[in-house]
Design a protein around this ligand. Structure first.
Ligand code: FES
Ligand SMILES: [Fe+2]
Length: 426
């Protein structure tokens, strides 16, 4: 059921049926729990690996290193225009099929076929084995048995997903009510894309935590506003406009105030000159009426909505009509790769390009402040000097995320005769 306004009594946390006790962060410091998450979560849920604009032509492809799902995949638009995904492995002796100079680095390009670097076997873009070097040396080799191994793939609103679960539910069903509420947003028009990628020394869930609450914003990011404004913000604290949960997915709707600011003295001189900042250009393109899932409380002071599509795809829609994505790709229990893409409608003149650039660099500054804090947190929770942490009502989505992860792991293990040992508290 949607929850568009704060419950008259009680809290968001209780409203969503979550406990209010302090939480354990064992699920973020345990190598065993991470191993369980790889199978229970990353091999069983829909993972967003890119957008259709990254495959502009028939023959366009890119690879993704999905360590958490224990594989590498090739995503390709075949010669008939269909988007397909394959495990990135040659059927001869298992070489990684598509890579450039470094086998663990992702790559992209355009081709008509994939050729293995080792002994030259070739595959067409539908995955069929089309050429075997010295084929007559093999023993009754039936090429039809040795095509590329397909991965289930589907597209939602131009976002390409893969799923390694043979019994995966359809993607659109998986995206649920929160996904349906975003359908129709003109993601396809926002083709001006800026990306950042960082290796983070923290569990993947800790960075999601940092972006699923803004309780920290007036404090951690205090220096991003003018001194006077910053003092005011800390005095008010932070309260979201709305939260919502649907199955494993969640969202937070937040007020803005900076696009444009009510009073120019709230923002820095550079922002005044360029009429832009963290929330993007103050005047964005006209895209007509927003879909119902955006600004669900229809608040006039709305600034941004942040959706988490479980497990690791975050989508933020901003009032001045642009969007950004975050992805958190675990590489171990205490490291992950963080990726973000800021996507705007292409600028129509040099001033708009500069406005966009200011939004992009401002965003980077915020991101660095968040990222540093994560490493500081990870190192100390690993000390286990403290094992219980109180969360406030504005941190409700963190509880939801960690609870969901533990539930996926528990349910997956319940289906196994000999469960993997888990150290995290339930
Ligand atoms: S491993 Fe690919 S051709 Fe031999
Ligand atoms: Fe932050």
């Amino acid at each position: 059921m949607p929850h568009f306004t704060k419950p008259a009594e009680g809290s968001w946390t209780e409203h969503f049926g979550l406990a209010t006790e302090p939480v354990s962060y064992d699920d973020s410091i345990s190598p065993e729990f991470y191993e369980a998450e790889r199978d229970a979560i990353f091999r069983r849920t829909w993972l967003n690996v890119g957008r259709v604009e990254q495959l502009p032509r028939n023959g366009s492809y890119f690879t993704r290193e999905l360590d958490a799902a224990r594989t590498s995949v090739i995503i390709v638009r075949d010669m008939k225009g269909t988007v397909r995904a394959f495990h990135n492995i040659c059927r001869h002796r298992g070489n990684k099929l598509v890579w450039e100079d470094y086998p663990r680095e992702e790559t992209s390009g355009v081709c008509r076929q994939f050729t293995c670097k080792y002994h030259g076997w070739r595959y067409d873009l539908e995955g069929a084995l089309t050429f075997v070097q010295q084929e007559s040396e093999f023993f009754d080799l039936d090429r039809n048995r040795f095509g590329l191994v397909p991965v289930t793939t589907d597209i939602w609103e131009g976002f390409i997903f893969v799923n390694f679960d043979p019994d995966a539910q359809p993607l659109r069903d998986y995206m649920g009510r929160l996904g349906a509420g975003l359908e129709g947003y003109p993601f396809h028009l926002m083709t001006q894309r800026h990306t950042y990628r960082a290796e983070i020394g923290a569990n993947w869930k800790l960075f999601i935590d940092a972006f699923m609450e803004f309780y920290h914003a007036p404090v951690l990011h205090a220096k991003q506003a003018t001194a006077e404004e910053s003092r005011k913000l800390q005095g008010f604290g932070y309260e979201a406009l709305a939260y919502d949960v649907d199955g494993p997915h969640s969202m937070i709707s937040s007020w803005g105030g900076m696009s444009p600011p009510k009073d120019l003295s709230m923002v820095k001189p550079m922002e005044r000159v360029l009429r832009s900042g963290l929330f993007g250009k103050w005047e964005g393109p006209d895209i007509g009426e927003l879909p119902p899932g955006v600004n669900p409380s229809r608040s006039p002071s709305w600034g941004t909505d942040s959706f988490l599509f479980f497990p690791n795809f975050m989508l933020l829609v901003w009032k001045p009509n642009w969007y950004l994505t975050y992805h958190y790709w675990p590489t171990s229990y205490n490291t992950h790769i963080f990726e973000t893409s800021l996507c705007f409608a292409p600028p129509t003149n040099a001033f708009e390009r500069l406005q966009e650039e200011l939004a992009v660099v401002t965003f980077k500054e915020y991101g660095l402040q968040d990222g540093n804090t994560l490493e500081a947190t990870q190192t100390m929770i690993e000390s286990r000097a403290v094992t219980e942490f109180p969360l406030c009502d504005q941190e409700v989505m963190l509880r939801h995320l960690h609870t969901t992860c533990r539930r996926y792991v528990a349910e997956h293990q319940a289906g196994h005769a000999t469960p993997v040992r888990i150290t995290a508290a339930s």
